[in-house]
Design a protein. Sequence first.
Length: 469
Amino acid sequence: MPFLPDQYDVLDRAREIARAYLAGVPTRHVGGIATPAALRAALGGPLPERPRDPASVIEQLARDADAGLAATIGPRYFGFVTGGAVPVTVAADWLTSAWDQNGAMYVMSPAVAVMEDIVSAWLVDLLHLPKGCSVGFVTGCHMANFAGLAAARHEVLRRAGWDVEARGLQRAPRVMVIVGDEVHVSAVGALRMLGFGTDELIRVPVDGQGRMRADLLPGALESVNGPTIVCAQVGNVATGASDPVGQIIDLAHAKGAWVHVDGAFGLWAAAVPELAAQVSGVERADSWATDAHKWLNVPYDSGLAIVADPAPHRAALSLMASYLQRGDDEQRVGMDWVPESSRRARVIPLYALIRSLGREGVADLVRRACALAERMAGRLAGQPGVRVCNEVVLNQVLVQFAGARGTGPDETTREVIARVQADGACWAGGAVWQGRHVMRISVSNWSTTEDDIDRSADAILRCHRDAVA
Ligand SMILES: *Cc1c(COP(=O)(O)O)cnc(C)c1O
């Protein structure tokens, strides 16, 4: 296909469609409403044999996908921990695609390499982490956990006289890994990919909010010898509560262990003066994993792997080949810090976000979500048969609904969740928290207002009344 300027007219069509979609988000059904069969019928068909006009491809795509889109970018989506993309980041993301830069090395895109250096310094400043940390721009917190824990594995084995990148793990000194009992599945999955099995993890019990019991950590540390990694968590995915990281770090460091912190959303508390106490001491950890596509509200495909000492970070992940000519050693090699080589220039939307919001705007984004979560809890708690099950310390609210006529709260809660999802005014998911079924409400979107919270609380309470009627 020749490079014809008018092929790019399709971009204008995409822009119009995107604007129309975004304009409709506040009023559309928040969940996807199509059935899988309807989506397959609309989007499927045999492999196309012949080329087709790009504008019609885009128009058909937008039309046929529409009923299967969840309005996660909108103000009343409270599922999982989901940010919406701030408009300036969508615009920057469009440029990222139009420029189509490879973020692997300086020579492939000098602008992207320089932006990665700049944004690394900004992020470390925003989160009050030590100057000089290395930052890898990864796809999400899962890969950030992988990168941070790979650096940990490298360093604890190096100190034991073992080069794990050269000699592998099979004959290496045994590495012990200590986690809280409420460790996120992502950290467990990352450890698994690094050769640490699920059953090998030493799990420290947690308190009623899911925080690792620091008083029980010394016992766990005493039970192990040699290379040790402790994996702490700030921001429990159910309650939002953070492990007592300062204490954990002091105890672990006294035993020579590496501390990795999974802070997918909770680490952003560090950017807000009145919330920072919840994660106090976190800056003394050895590595941190966090997300930008959750609470920082940039488009998907954005996580951050941060390591206090760049040496083990690079040693664990860097690739070398004769054709990957790095050029000037002074210049950034983005792929040294991530488990990828060629990759999207995902720093660009992040650059635009921080430029646009600044330190105050980021703090305000996080602070506002917390205030709205508290408002939601206040609207629900105390209503007949409704119980908020967690201390609302951050942006997460867990709710349980009592049933009627011999129906238990677990069953009723599941019924309320199904009704809320079908109703479409807002979207919330479910989980099992300490043996009970709960509705999980995560307030993480930049555009949510008090009115959105009130309308959503009304819809949830209406669904509960209907469920027990
Ligand atoms: C979401 C989450 C992850 C995984 O992050 P992704 O962005 O889905 O890769 C890891 N840890 C915690 C605590 C999370 O909330």
